[in-house]
Design a protein around this ligand. Structure first.
Ligand code: ADP
Ligand code: 5GP
Length: 189
């Protein structure tokens, strides 16, 4: 790492439906130095999600193994249901290779990373309002009503914790939020 290299491992958290996936796609399209961590999860793939692209889809037994062998940088039960976690070594390898590793994870996971990698830069992506968050979640149309209710309940707790983060970026428009995050994590040298 040279004195001009300000790369940090980055965490992006925020409630389900705020637009994390949408913003991350823009970040990746605009900044080739960013490397997105692929999480392991015990939830089933949604239509169109591919193994090793969206997630590594694993069963409970495999997830237990990843946790017990210490391979997870962090993991959490998200929305009271399935387990999600970040494999550690790929993140460290990407950083060593000169990339800016980006972890799109939930609040509990962000808190674990704050303990184990305090030098990581943590961003909270916030909705312009709770009503807008609800509209985006419903508008996406990928969850059942029960799952939407559960995610909105989780969101209240997540929004209350935004003060813990190094930066809060409001996802008002995708272009503006993406630009602000790029200024924070990938400033032009
Ligand atoms: P998350 O990954 O945080 O769960 P998504 O990226 O899936 O959220 O976005 C949820 C929904 O909100 C999607 O339908 C997406 O197209 C929409 N969306 C994302 N960002 C914005 C924005 N800035 N303005 C309006 N709609 C947005
Ligand atoms: P989804 O099921 O909609 O893909 O993701 C649900 C939530 O899980 C998202 O809000 C996302 O931030 C979180 N998540 C995804 N991967 C991980 C991970 O590796 N660790 C943690 N802690 N949360 C994750």
């Amino acid at each position: 790492m040279t004195s001009e290299d300000h790369r940090r491992i980055c965490v992006l958290a925020g409630p389900s439906g705020v637009g994390k996936g949408t913003v991350v796609a823009q970040l990746l399209a605009q900044e080739p130095r960013i490397w997105l961590s692929i999480s392991a999860t015990t939830r089933a793939p949604r239509p169109g999600e591919r193994e090793g692209e969206s997630y590594f889809f694993v069963d409970d037994e495999h997830f237990d193994h990843l946790v017990e062998s210490g391979e997870m940088l962090e993991w959490a039960i998200v929305h009271g249901k399935h387990r999600y976690g970040t494999p550690r070594q790929p993140v460290l390898d990407a950083y060593a290779a000169g990339k800016i590793p980006l972890l799109e994870i939930d609040l509990a996971g962000a808190r674990q990373v704050r303990q184990s990698l305090p030098e990581a830069f943590q961003i909270f992506l916030a909705p312009p309002s709770f009503q807008e968050l609800e509209a985006r979640l419903r508008g996406r149309g990928t969850e059942t009503e029960e799952a939407i209710e559960r995610r909105l309940e989780t969101a209240r707790g997540e929004l209350a914790a935004q003060g813990e983060f190094d930066a809060v970026v409001v996802n008002d428009t995708v272009a503006r939020a993406t630009g602000e995050i790029l200024d924070l994590i990938a400033p032009k040298r």
